[in-house]
Design a protein around this ligand. Structure first.
Ligand SMILES: *[C@@H]1O[C@H](CO)[C@@H](O)[C@H](O)[C@H]1NC(C)=O
Length: 221
């Protein structure tokens, strides 16, 4: 039997295929061994331009950015310190960062997402409750003790909570983008600049104007 293919759909099919492939791609692969970030440049490209390879030294590949405990005196009780093209210029184009996550006793890293990266987190100290929510709103949670790891799939909302009421917790996270981006759900909705219309928040969260005001005030919005 001869199958009939309608060539009218070919452009649409190819377009859809390209779109799907495009969305599945991580950061682009480097075209050379390294592309050490040239932080003096101020023009915008997809990434950061590199310095002349002749001027590259071992110091471009080392950082102590993650050596210090972060300041967790804030609303949520957490601090994230990550490597980036400024404190570790050698990671430019390599498609990864490492982040130190400090969480105060009973502190949280509130529900947030990284639009450009998956994340694997390892608990180094403390007792962490971690979890993510998939696009069907199914929740996956786990308790992590030191040495245990958990993965948050790309773009999905996730959180970390230090269950220890007395001691701070420490986690180390690897993300597969040099610029993962981070969006905290509560701040994006209630503390955006400028604020999004009250009507949107009332309807989205099924709350009153007064409740919108209270949440905004609590979050510094
Ligand atoms: C930590 O941050 C708080 C609030 O921003 C500030 O008052 C405090 O001085 C900081 N502590 C240290 C040790 O930097």
């Amino acid at each position: 039997m001869r199958t009939h293919f309608d060539f009218h759909f070919l452009p649409l099919f190819l377009f859809t295929l390209l779109l799907l492939l495009g969305q599945a791609r991580p950061d682009p692969d480097p075209l050379q061994d390294y592309c050490v970030a040239d932080n003096k440049n101020e023009f915008f490209i997809n990434g950061v331009p590199c310095i002349n390879p002749e001027q590259v030294s071992p110091s471009h590949f080392v950082t102590s950015a993650l050596s210090k405990t972060g300041n967790t005196s804030n609303t949520f009780g957490f601090s994230v310190t990550a490597t980036n093209t400024v404190n570790l210029p050698g990671l430019n184009t390599l498609g990864l960062v490492l982040a130190r996550v400090d969480i105060a006793a009973n502190g949280i890293v509130p529900p947030h997402s990284h639009p450009r990266a998956s994340e694997v987190t390892t608990c180094l100290k403390g007792l962490l409750l971690v979890g993510f929510i998939d696009t069907n709103n199914r929740v996956f949670t786990q308790n992590l003790r030191p040495g245990e790891s958990f993965v948050f799939p790309k773009g999905l909302i996730h959180f970390l909570f230090n269950r220890d009421t007395k001691e701070p917790a420490l986690a180390l996270s690897g993300l597969n983008s040099q610029n993962p981006g981070s969006q905290i759900a509560s701040l994006a909705t209630f503390a955006s600049k400028p604020p999004i219309p009250v009507e949107i928040l009332k309807r989205a969260f099924q709350i009153s104007t007064r409740e919108v005001d209270i949440i905004r005030e609590n979050l510094g919005g």
